[in-house]
Design a protein. Structure first.
Ligand code: 13P
Length: 247
């Protein structure tokens, strides 16, 4: 279902005491905000973040999970392990995981299906490299990643799934896609979902150097439903200004 969502991805940042302070600072700043607010925390912060978010309108997500239910996978975390402590969302297939940890479209699809089966809502990341962009392959890459990530899902699954379009060249570089380009790419992703599922009623976020200065321009376009925010989600005041971009 299409709705406004602003998600923070803390990546490998924030110690538990910092997470608790952040949530305490953010809570009053977003208590009346229209977009749904999600914080995706490192595993070791999840429990503290969940406790701090009780009785607030802030939702909590993880940044990764394994697709297997359980077993001899040292160092991994299953969907059920996240679900039982009340984690609601999980980022799947972030480009940093594809790039540094060899995640593929196939493992992304396995993870998406396992997340949904266990009652977690996946935030599925797609995006092109600079090389692919310069070769004019953006649309081909992102529609193919989308189709593969969502393979085997039902329409009901789509209601519980968020897509994040994150051009890799824009992540952490200070280079943001123009709102027109980001909107056009997201339109193409929406078209791909329509082709495959007969509906394009799905929330699609933009990520890549979102800042308080560019939030309004990005999030008032026709097809961008919100943001997946990295660096600018590490400061409660800054992140709240992105969440409240329309105030
Ligand atoms: P930045 O906002 O730091 O560019 O990171 C974007 C991102 O990767 C969010 O998942």
């Amino acid at each position: 279902m299409r709705r406004k969502v602003m998600a923070g991805n803390w990546k490998m940042n924030m110690l538990p005491n910092e997470a608790i302070k952040f949530i305490g600072d953010l809570t009053p700043l977003v208590k009346d905000s229209k977009p749904e607010v999600i914080i995706c925390a490192p595993f070791t912060d999840l429990f503290y973040t969940l406790l701090s978010c009780q009785d607030t309108n802030i939702h909590v997500g993880a940044q990764n999970m394994h697709w297997k239910e359980s077993g001899a996978y040292t160092g991994e975390i299953s969907a059920e392990m996240l679900k039982v402590i009340n984690v609601e969302y999980v980022i799947i297939g972030h480009s940093e995981r594809r790039q540094y940890f060899n995640e593929t479209d196939e493992t992304v699809n396995l993870k998406v299906k396992s997340a949904l089966k266990n009652g977690l809502k996946p935030i599925v990341c797609v995006g092109e490299t600079l090389e692919q962009k310069e070769a004019g392959k953006t649309i081909e890459v992102i529609t193919s990643q989308t189709a593969k990530a969502l393979e085997g899902l039902t329409i009901e699954d789509l209601n519980n799934t968020i897509i994040a379009y994150e051009p890799i060249w824009a992540i952490g570089t200070g280079k943001t896609a123009t709102s027109e380009d980001a909107n056009e790419s997201i339109k193409e992703i929406r078209k791909e979902v329509l082709n495959k599922f007969g509906t394009d009623d799905i929330t699609i976020l933009y990520g890549g150097s979102v800042k308080k200065e560019n939030a309004k321009e990005l999030f008032t376009t026709s097809d961008i439903d919100g943001g997946l925010v990295g660096g600018a989600s590490l400061d409660a005041d800054t992140f709240s200004k992105i969440v409240n971009y329309d105030l």
